[in-house]
Design a protein around this ligand. Structure first.
Ligand code: HEC
Ligand code: HEC
Length: 493
């Protein structure tokens, strides 16, 4: 099902179009990662707004919960945690019910279309074997194929999200099939074919791998001076002081390198994101982003308000917490952040390398830059009150100039001025590379990339030739920033 292009109106897009094994099932196309950030949907002139995340370890996130004592949210899937899992009790299964009806992704106009196309799939017998023979006992109206071949959001639907006319009983059956479909995808994503626990680090924990000097040094920094494991939990204690050696056994031997929480790391607005430019109706009469550059990505905050471009929050009592969560994105598992196809063995210039993108808006293009960002974002003389593409003469963006955050509210101050040397940054990169699955046994289907690798340049400035000046920003649109309770401080610049 992950590879089935029939699960899209124009039969041209599968989950795999945006999630391939060789990137640990994240964005597979180097040129998209380098430029437009968001991946094109079934209607190729439409695109979403964030980077395509990795599948790996997403099934291990718990149902979204508000922890009253800490005042923090934990769990869910997606950058803004909107796949809460509240009905299926499984955020990852809930997640997979998004793309098929997301107007900028696979884009069906009705969830019944997934059931309909499944009922005609070659693997239908297999589905029935697992989920029951009567699964597709549904009377689909004669116009179903025609409806399902029209992308969602099209003017002909007048906003109707259930244009396939089913009886209440058949609608319930169709919903059941959609739930089973979601659970099947979750089962695959949780299996050893995807979430493999087969990295160097796993071998190290099992006592079967000795880290190299730089890897070991990077690991010590990761859970010491650089404080990374306060959010990317590694199952061990933290903050060794100089001269101290850690004799503790790992308290958790399958650590996921996330705390399931969220934080605002203060990424600058990335004007490359295709989302900003989709401001006029497409041939179907649909406008993905009427707000243009008035859009601000408030992440979890907007979800808690059930605001623009996210899903409805299932819990109205959470809404009051929105201002404390504006700008927050989910703490990704650091696992597999460095996975690339074997023929382009690294993410880092000079390579030969495979161009990935990092963080929710793809602003960062190499792991060196990622660590440098955590290290120097707030460092004296590095932080400038400019937007991307406008760093002052004599500075180099991402090297010694960081543009201001898109959302200045609730910025995490754990990191930002870590005092790491250049060599220490590289050691952390070396450690991050030990988290790539496929060391203890081959990672399935990893060698399927047929494009060319890139080479040359330096990891510090990788992708900088594609920076463009951010246009003068209009104020944050009322649809985003005036929804109660309003961001605080307000307005978002
Ligand atoms: C058009 C590209 C596209 C398609 C097609 C697509 N995705 Fe995604 N996927 C994304 C993007 C972008 C995100 C992050 C979106 C966000 O957080 O707002 C994402 C996020 C995810 C995540 C979340 C991981 C996490 O850590 O929270 C999973 C799992 C996932 N997708 C699975 C799927 C499955 C299964 C399908 C097919 C049913 C699919 N995707 C189809 C682009 C796509
Ligand atoms: C306060 C919590 C916190 C700390 C501390 C932290 N991170 Fe993160 N990390 C996050 C969040 C939140 C994200 C997602 C941010 C976004 O995309 O806007 C993230 C994302 C990542 C990713 C995945 C990026 C991607 O595109 O998939 C890596 C790798 C990472 N961090 C490494 C580190 C390293 C290395 C350190 C220490 C130098 C560190 N983090 C410290 C919260 C934290």
């Amino acid at each position: 099902m992950q590879y089935d292009k029939n699960i899209s109106p124009l039969k041209n897009q599968a989950c795999a179009s945006c999630h391939m094994p060789y990137t640990a099932f994240s964005g597979p196309i180097p040129s998209v990662n380098l430029t437009m950030i968001a991946y094109p949907g079934t209607v190729h002139f439409r695109a979403g707004k964030r980077q395509a995340q990795r599948y790996t370890y997403a099934p291990f996130f718990p149902v979204l919960q508000y922890n009253e004592t800490q005042g923090l949210f934990f769990g869910g899937n997606f950058w803004d945690s909107r796949a809460t899992g509240y009905l299926l009790r499984n955020p990852d299964a809930h997640q997979s019910q998004g793309p098929p009806v997301d107007t900028q992704e696979m884009g069906f106009p009705d969830t019944a279309c997934i059931t309909f196309r499944l009922s005609r799939a070659v693997y239908r017998p297999l589905f029935e074997l697992v989920w029951g023979r009567g699964a597709f006992d549904i009377a689909f109206p004669p116009d179903t194929e025609q409806i399902c071949a029209t992308p969602g959001g099209a003017a002909v639907f007048h906003g109707d999200t259930t244009p396939v006319n089913l009886s209440p009983v058949d609608r319930t059956r169709s919903n059941d099939v959609y739930d089973r479909w979601a659970q099947s995808l979750d089962a695959y994503e949780q299996s050893v074919q995807v979430s493999a626990f087969s990295s160097k680090f796993d071998a190290f924990l099992a006592g079967n791998y000795t880290m190299t000097g730089p890897e070991r040094a990077g690991y010590n920094l990761f859970r010491g001076k650089a404080n990374c494991n306060s959010c990317h939990l590694d199952g061990r204690g933290t903050a060794l002081t100089p001269g101290q050696s850690d004799n503790s056994k790992a308290a958790q031997v399958n650590p996921l390198f996330t705390c399931f929480g969220s934080a605002n790391e203060g990424l600058p607005l990335n004007p490359r994101n295709a989302f900003y430019y989709q401001t006029t109706p497409d041939p179907y009469g649909f406008t993905p982003n009427p707000l243009g550059f008035g859009y601000r990505d408030l992440g979890l905050g907007t979800f808690l308000r059930s605001g623009f471009g996210t899903w409805a929050s299932p819990n109205i009592t959470w809404r009051q917490f929105a201002p404390l969560n504006d700008g927050m994105m989910q703490v990704s598992s650091a696992r597999n952040v460095a996975m690339t196809p074997p023929r382009c063995p690294t993410t880092e210039a000079p390579g030969p390398y495979f161009q990935k993108q990092f963080f929710h808006n793809g602003y960062i293009k190499s792991l060196k830059q990622l660590v440098h960002f955590y290290n120097t974002r707030d460092k004296q003389g590095f932080a400038y009150n400019v937007t991307s593409g406008h760093c002052p003469d004599g500075t180099i963006e991402k090297v010694n100039c960081w543009p201001r955050p898109e959302v200045p509210n609730n910025i995490d101050m754990t990191t930002g001025d870590l005092g790491l040397t250049d060599q220490e940054e590289n050691q952390i990169v070396a450690f991050l590379q030990t988290l790539t699955d496929g060391f203890t046994r081959p990672y399935p289907n990893r060698a399927t990339f047929t494009g060319t690798c890139m080479s040359g340049g330096s990891a510090s400035t990788q992708g900088n030739e594609f920076l463009i000046p951010t246009p003068p920003l209009p104020p944050c649109a009322p649809e985003v920033c005036d929804l109660p309770p309003r961001p605080s401080p307000s307005p978002i610049p």
